[in-house]
Design a protein around this ligand. Structure first.
Ligand SMILES: Nc1nc2c(c(=O)[nH]1)N[C@H]1C(S)=C(S)[C@@H](COP(=O)(O)OP(=O)(O)OC[C@H]3O[C@@H](n4cnc5c(=O)[nH]c(N)nc54)[C@H](O)[C@@H]3O)O[C@H]1N2
Ligand SMILES: Nc1nc2c(c(=O)[nH]1)N[C@H]1C(S)=C(S)[C@@H](COP(=O)(O)OP(=O)(O)OC[C@H]3O[C@@H](n4cnc5c(=O)[nH]c(N)nc54)[C@H](O)[C@@H]3O)O[C@H]1N2
Ligand code: SF4
Ligand SMILES: [Mo]
Length: 760
């Protein structure tokens, strides 16, 4: 056995390759965690194409979190005011299956809900879809990706006819202009940012534009920072389009041959003159013109975005409006160009492939499409009509479903909604009403375990073998390298066992995760995300980018002018190793970008312009609540801190929550640096020490999202946020709500949780 196990970092969607070595081989020099346990050593995998050996602080310290506060045994209780008692897996499975059957036959399958996560491996996702959407006949499976990537998914589907980020990381080093909007890439996708920043520093002609109401570390590195008012992205983008039209920077040939609906869009952007846009966005006309000029004069433009765009009540429209700029200037399907959504979680991409949202089915299919349902039913050996034609409940619908008693059983896995859902007071009240909640997590306690009737201990990263796909469609095998603690089990194994006990023995007769993956990839055949050539075994040779079909041999033609490759199918199949190597090489090169043939997945093969006027924030500031609160992430912490909160180095890096306030606003309210500020919205309140800084635009305040109730008193960003969502993606507008600020003198109590040991 080799000294290192190759795997992928289980944090962000950059998807850095890691090599993990066992503590035993490091002898006395081994680092030790807070409790004296030896820790596994982790380093970047130089052979991984996405990260080339680089890692950030989260990847580098992941091993220190693996043993602390783990959930070891299944636990149950009859009501939320009781203590948990330990039970065997057999008892837990019996209880769950009985309960599922009762709800199914009394309330119907639509009363069953599962809420999963982009931190599942693809196998976990796939088995959950087969259980819920297939065998149980309800589409009520949603994931935290609803709060994260669903606007990008909807935008891609509407503009291109299919989901799928078309670009690759190499484009970061081939572009002439990087347009970063609503993304703090430096803190949230650090290795993507490293690659871009290095290239940008070396090539002074390359432009970097950052659009963000905050002066983030990302904005610090930009040639042009547009600190727009929150929620004015569509104004800005339409304003840039207006100038590109006026200055004739458009690619009419591309628009004529490859797009549709331009006239409707042209009518919209007519109304976005620089004067109107500059006023609306709170920026200067000169800066707006500079942005349009950078875009128009660049041969290759790459746009990158994440939550500042997606988490919006007009998230899909924002995504499509970014894509519009690419369509109007022909900036897609070529190296260094294209619209590139940065995926948040390590396997949100795999979730999309496996159909892990309430409106999706495996293989980039949608629930509403009768042919898609029929294909999946046939493949799963189910009777026609078994898959419901109705999209299931989204994450927030599950909360309101608890309020109306429509939900009879809620199964939560690999996410911590008692911190991450909007409008937490309402969320927690709804969770308290739940007749039966199963919570499957790796750690205990988390904020959500307080709302569970059943706790199931999950094996996590490093303890189960499975597959994850990163933002650039690169699929990596994450091999197990340690035993799960005590009785913890892989998520997919838990779902499969419940399936078998419900009578679906044949459907869930998998010996291991390689078999699960092998079944899943067959459902991607001839789909945009075709990965039928990928298997666990094949991935042991190295990460693979999709599309990667297991098709016949193809001869490769290279267009010497564009450098693009095209395939010509031949008769023989790839059976020997040589041929496989050749195929992999060419498919990898070909697969690097989507739409290189400039044909899209729409019925007419053309990409669709989306014509949107800006609507602004769902809850704009007013005299009672005069500030816009936005929120986001810090470099070292991961979401609700279940792992990073237990790592000393990271806790020192980010010791406590805070609120950023512009000096002008602070002076007006008499708020001093470090003074405690109470923040109130229409839904709740929280308090934070003030950080008075020009990094935030006047009228806007920022808080980090990482401190749930276990980690600090009253510092939850989501105590304040609202659930108003984008009508197309149903993604809530977590990024903005209206608040008032009241200076107070109480200290914020940060709880020292990190070194407590597990109680179960
Ligand atoms: N360190 C760290 N990295 C992470 C994560 C983590 O928890 N910690 N989580 C991962 C996940 S799941 C995700 S989804 C990504 C998120 O990655 P990002 O989207 O980069 O992170 P955020 O900090 O949530 O928000 C990005 C920026 O949006 C800006 N913003 C707010 N409102 C607006 C607006 O109206 N318009 C514009 N243009 N910008 C706005 C905010 O000021 C903020 O700087 O990060 C991933 N990476
Ligand atoms: N205000 C505000 N709220 C937000 C956001 C925001 O920007 N602002 N961002 C939203 C976004 S983009 C996201 S992605 C969410 C993230 O929010 P959450 O998903 O709630 O955050 P995590 O802390 O990542 O939760 C993951 C959980 O899975 C557990 N876990 C880890 N590995 C495994 C495993 O293999 N199996 C199981 N069963 N459990 C495991 C961890 O212990 C942890 O409890 O937050 C959303 N909420
Ligand atoms: S950039 Fe993301 S994937 Fe890479 S090491 Fe950091 S957290 Fe992990
Ligand atoms: Mo996310």
């Amino acid at each position: 056995m080799s000294e290192f196990t190759k795997t992928l970092c289980p944090y962000c969607g950059v998807g850095c390759g890691l090599e993990v070595s066992p503590p035993a081989q490091l002898g006395k020099a081994t680092n030790r965690d807070g409790q004296g346990n030896p820790t596994w050593r982790v380093r970047g995998d130089k052979a991984h194409p996405s990260s080339q050996g680089m890692v950030c602080v989260k990847g580098a310290t992941i091993a220190e979190s693996l043993d602390k506060n783990r959930l070891h045994y299944p636990m149950v209780r009859d009501s939320l005011d009781q203590e948990f008692r330990r039970v065997s897996w057999d008892e837990a499975f019996n209880l769950i299956t009985q309960r599922i059957q009762t709800v199914r036959f009394t309330q119907g399958p639509e009363a069953l809900c599962m809420y999963g996560s982009g931190q599942f491996q693809t196998e976990d996702y796939y088995i959950a879809q087969k259980l819920m959407k297939g065998c149980l006949g309800t589409n009520n499976f949603d994931a935290n990706s609803r709060l994260c990537m669903s606007s990008a998914v909807a935008g891609y589907i509407q503009s291109f006819g299919s989901d799928g980020p078309p670009c690759c990381y190499e484009d970061l080093e081939l572009t002439d202009c990087a347009f970063l909007i609503g993304t703090n890439t430096a803190e949230c996708h650090p290795i993507v940012f490293n690659r871009l920043e290095k290239y940008h520093k070396k090539n002074r002609k390359v432009k970097m534009i950052v659009v963000d109401p905050r002066r983030t570390p990302t904005a610090e590195a930009a040639d042009l920072h547009l600190a727009i008012r929150p929620g004015t992205d569509i104004d800005l983008l339409n304003g840039i389009a207006h100038l590109l039209m006026r200055w004739n920077y458009i690619d009419t040939m591309f628009m004529d041959d490859c797009t549709s609906n331009f006239p409707a869009y042209a009518e919209v952007i007519r109304h976005y003159s620089p004067e109107v846009v500059a006023r609306q966005c709170g920026i200067s006309i000169e800066d707006l013109e500079t942005a349009a000029r950078y875009w128009g004069e660049s041969r290759r433009v790459l746009s990158l975005w994440s939550m500042g765009v997606n988490q919006s009540s007009e998230g899909t429209a924002k995504v499509r409006t970014i894509i519009n700029l690419h369509l109007m200037t022909g900036q897609i399907g070529k190296p260094g160009a294209g619209p590139f959504s940065l995926t948040g979680q390590p396997n949100a991409m795999g979730g999309r492939e496996a159909g892990g949202l309430a409106h999706l089915l495996p293989g980039y299919r949608v629930v509403k499409n009768p042919q898609h349902r029929a294909e999946v039913e046939e493949f799963w050996g189910l009777k026609p009509g078994q898959i419901s034609p109705n999209p299931g409940l989204t994450a927030w619908d599950m909360i309101t479903g608890l309020e109306s008693d429509a939900v009879g059983l809620l199964w939560i896995a690999a996410t911590n909604p008692a911190v991450s859902m909007p409008d937490l007071e309402r969320t927690k009240k709804a969770l308290l009403r739940s007749p039966f909640t199963i919570y499957q997590d790796a750690y205990y306690p988390t904020e959500t375990s307080a709302y569970a009737h059943v706790l199931l201990p999950a094996a996590q990263w490093g303890e189960k073998t499975g597959v994850m796909t990163n933002s650039e469609r690169v699929v990596t095998l994450c091999q197990a390298f340690r035993q799960p603690p005590r009785e913890a089990k892989a998520d997919w194994e838990i779902f499969a066992e419940v399936g078998r006990r419900l009578g679906f023995e044949k459907e869930f007769a998998f010996a291991n995760s390689a078999e699960v993956y092998a079944e899943f990839v067959q459902l991607t055949q001839n789909r945009p995300c075709d990965m039928t050539g990928i298997s666990h075994e094949q991935l042991t040779q190295g990460p693979t980018q999709w599309p990667y079909p297991a098709k016949k041999v193809e001869s490769v033609f290279i267009d010497t002018e564009t450098g693009l490759l095209s395939f010509q199918p031949e008769e023989e199949t790839f059976s020997d190793k040589e041929a496989e190597k050749k195929r992999k090489y060419h498919t990898l090169r070909m697969g690097k970008r989507l739409y290189t043939d400039l044909r899209f997945h729409t019925p007419d093969g053309r990409a669709q312009f989306g014509a949107y006027y800006s609507k602004g924030l769902a809850e704009p500031p007013d005299p009672d609540y005069p500030f816009v609160l936005t929120n986001g992430r810090l470099y070292g912490h991961w979401h609700t801190q279940t792992r990073t909160g237990r790592i000393e180095k990271i806790c020192k890096m980010h010791p406590e929550p805070f609120i950023e306030i512009h000096p002008r606003d602070a002076a007006k309210l008499g708020i001093l640096d470090n003074q405690c500020v109470q923040v109130r919205s229409r839904r709740g309140k929280a308090q934070f020490p003030a950080k008075v800084t020009k990094a935030i635009a006047p009228g806007t305040v920022f808080v980090p999202m990482h401190w749930g109730s276990l980690w600090a008193d009253n510092a939850e960003a989501n105590a304040l946020t609202h659930p108003e969502s984008c009508p197309d993606s149903l993604q809530p507008e977590l990024k903005a709500c209206a608040v008032q600020l009241i200076p107070i003198s109480v200290e914020v109590a940060v709880k020292d949780y990190q070194f407590q040991s597990s109680q179960c």
